[in-house]
Design a protein around this ligand. Structure first.
Ligand SMILES: Cc1cc2nc3c(=O)[nH]c(=O)nc-3n(C[C@H](O)[C@H](O)[C@H](O)COP(=O)(O)OP(=O)(O)OC[C@H]3O[C@@H](n4cnc5c(N)ncnc54)[C@H](O)[C@@H]3O)c2cc1C
Length: 516
């Protein structure tokens, strides 16, 4: 039995994943850090850049930042952040110019009380599903923010996440973690990993800072996966048979004028062999074409991006980023656990990567093994939960592609081939022909990344039809009507009081948000 206590945590990598993990663990174990019985060290290469993309987040980020003690005002000011209220998916279903739907971040009104999807389907309501059940699509159409300047930090009138400058976020977290949470920062290249006979990592040899020893090592080295992948040899499981996009062309585009409207949703516009993300920050837009290199060559992809951005692309630097879609077979082996790109990456759709990193960091922090003996038990649990999450995210991302009715290119045709649709998703799609998904419907895990509401928005946004028997929903009809009426009233009220996205971000820079 190895009762060696786990006291010194060593994180390798200082990107978004590394610093978020350091912050979450250090905040959770503050008392022990202050008492000198626990330490968090982050080792980061001075020569290997962070990936520098990943600018769309999920609402979990608010709780994460709040828990590690970040001021929302400072975050807005230092990370060029703006509000994100969901995604607007254009041209994914038919490819027509008018083809668009929202996946908002708000749950359908009264979600816990009644499944409004069934009522919307049974009634033949001509409004979009999103408009019938929540306010957020309208708020986004109007370019409104989810809160006003008098709403307290991290509170919202509508649910929200952020768009942020990835190049500024990691250094911001670094300053916070080192100055407020006692995280030790070592700027050094890891050149060798020393292991025990049992395979545990004993220490890291670095070029600039000698040997760094630890009890638990967290691999946040990005695509390199230096500890879990390269050193411990955990195989990579590709998902390229399901999700085809494997290359991104990213570019930062200035606004035409400094006061140009700033969308409060991620715009995701489908193209011939993938889709373009468009994220508005106060200072610029981050735009990127994610495409399948099996279905398009780079020249065609550059043309697609140029058509979207317009003539100014000639003056801008386009960065090509290869994506290896998939994840490690397990995420925690021996005394090493991977978070962020070192654990895997699927593609940018629905901003699922940072949230998975947050949830992993939280699980590690909360389940921090007391000693080496119990670490394997925690590792087993971590692997089960994390593997489940990756699987669910793969299903959810594929849903966006496999529901398409587009047949204009091989990319879209191949996406509807059942051979590339995971069995669990195929079964759910069969079931949902007869019953609308709801929160008890196979979404049984705590902290499900994408809840049943997310599936509803995508399914019904893309024209999926569930055969609902009107008699089946008759018992909850009056409640459903009441909720839908309330939704109209709430939407009107919010439209009247919420400021524009750019306006509130400027106010946050000038006055700050209320801290209580
Ligand atoms: C095109 C694209 C778009 C994306 N869009 C989104 C999005 O909208 N939303 C979202 O949630 N996610 C997105 N992601 C994913 C997101 O960018 C990452 O999950 C996130 O940035 C975390 O990256 P990371 O910290 O794991 O890795 P990185 O940022 O690559 O950091 C790796 C770190 O490891 C260090 N390192 C490497 N080798 C060594 C060594 N030998 N010694 C010491 N240090 C070392 C590096 O110096 C660096 O600090 C996107 C990814 C891509 C590729």
């Amino acid at each position: 039995m190895d009762m060696h206590p786990i006291r010194n945590i060593v994180i390798v990598g200082g990107g978004t994943a590394g610093w978020l993990t350091a912050g979450v663990i250090a905040a959770r174990h503050q008392a022990r850090i202050k008492a000198g019985t626990f330490s968090v060290t982050l080792v980061e290469s001075p020569s290997v850049n962070i990936i520098g993309v990943g600018e769309g987040t999920w609402p979990t980020i608010r709780t994460t930042l709040q828990k590690i003690g970040v001021s929302e005002t400072e975050f807005f000011r230092e990370c060029d952040a703006s509000f994100k209220q969901g995604g607007r998916f254009a041209r994914w279903t038919t490819g027509a110019e008018t083809d668009a739907y929202y996946h908002p971040l708000m749950l359908p009104h009264g979600f816990a009380e009644v499944n409004l999807a069934a009522h919307w389907l049974a009634s033949g309501d001509p409004r979009s599903f999103c408009d019938a059940v929540c306010s957020q699509g309208t708020l986004c159409d109007d370019g409104l923010a989810p809160k006003s300047i008098t709403t307290a930090e991290y509170d919202g009138l509508a649910n929200y996440a952020y768009h942020l400058d990835a190049g500024k976020f990691a250094p911001f977290l670094q300053r916070h973690c080192t100055s407020k949470l006692g995280v030790r920062h070592v700027s050094a290249d890891v050149t060798k990993v020393n292991q025990t006979e049992q395979g545990d990592i004993q220490g890291l040899e670095t070029q600039q800072a000698g040997t760094i020893k630890g009890d638990l090592f967290i691999d946040c080295t990005g695509f390199a996966s230096l500890l879990l992948g390269k050193t411990l040899g955990v195989p990579f499981k590709s998902c390229s048979d399901v999700l085809f996009c494997d290359t991104a062309l990213a570019v930062q585009v200035p606004f035409e004028r400094p006061d140009a409207p700033m969308a409060s949703q991620t715009n995701a516009t489908a193209q011939t062999a993938g889709w373009i993300w468009d994220i508005a920050l106060p200072t610029r837009r981050g735009i990127g074409y994610v495409y399948s290199s099996r279905h398009s060559n780079e020249e065609e992809a550059q043309d697609v991006l140029a058509r979207y951005v317009g003539p100014q692309i000639k003056t801008l630097k386009v960065r090509k980023i290869p994506i290896r879609g998939g994840h490690r077979e397990i995420f925690w082996k021996n005394n090493c656990v991977a978070v962020g790109l070192a654990a895997g990456f699927l593609e940018p759709l629905e901003s699922s990567a940072i949230v998975l990193g947050e949830l992993s960091a939280k699980l590690i922090a909360e389940q921090m093994p007391a000693n080496r003996e119990v670490m394997d038990i925690v590792a087993k649990r971590f692997n089960e939960v994390t593997l489940y999450r990756w699987g669910r995210i793969i299903d959810f991302l594929k849903l966006h592609y496999c529901l398409t009715k587009r047949t204009d290119t091989q990319f879209w045709i191949d996406n509807t081939d059942p051979a590339g649709i995971p069995e669990r998703l195929q079964n759910l799609l069969k079931l949902w022909k007869y019953q609308a998904p709801w929160f008890l419907d196979e979404f049984d895990r705590l902290e499900e990344v994408f809840p049943a509401a997310s599936y509803q928005y995508v399914l019904y946004g893309m024209g999926f039809r569930t055969e609902v028997d009107p008699l089946d929903v008759a018992t909850t009809e009056s409640l459903a009507h009441q909720l839908m009426r309330e939704n109209i009233a709430v939407t009107q009220k919010m439209r009247a009081m919420l400021p524009k996205n750019r306006e509130i971000v400027q106010k946050i820079h000038t006055y700050g948000l209320q801290t209580i």
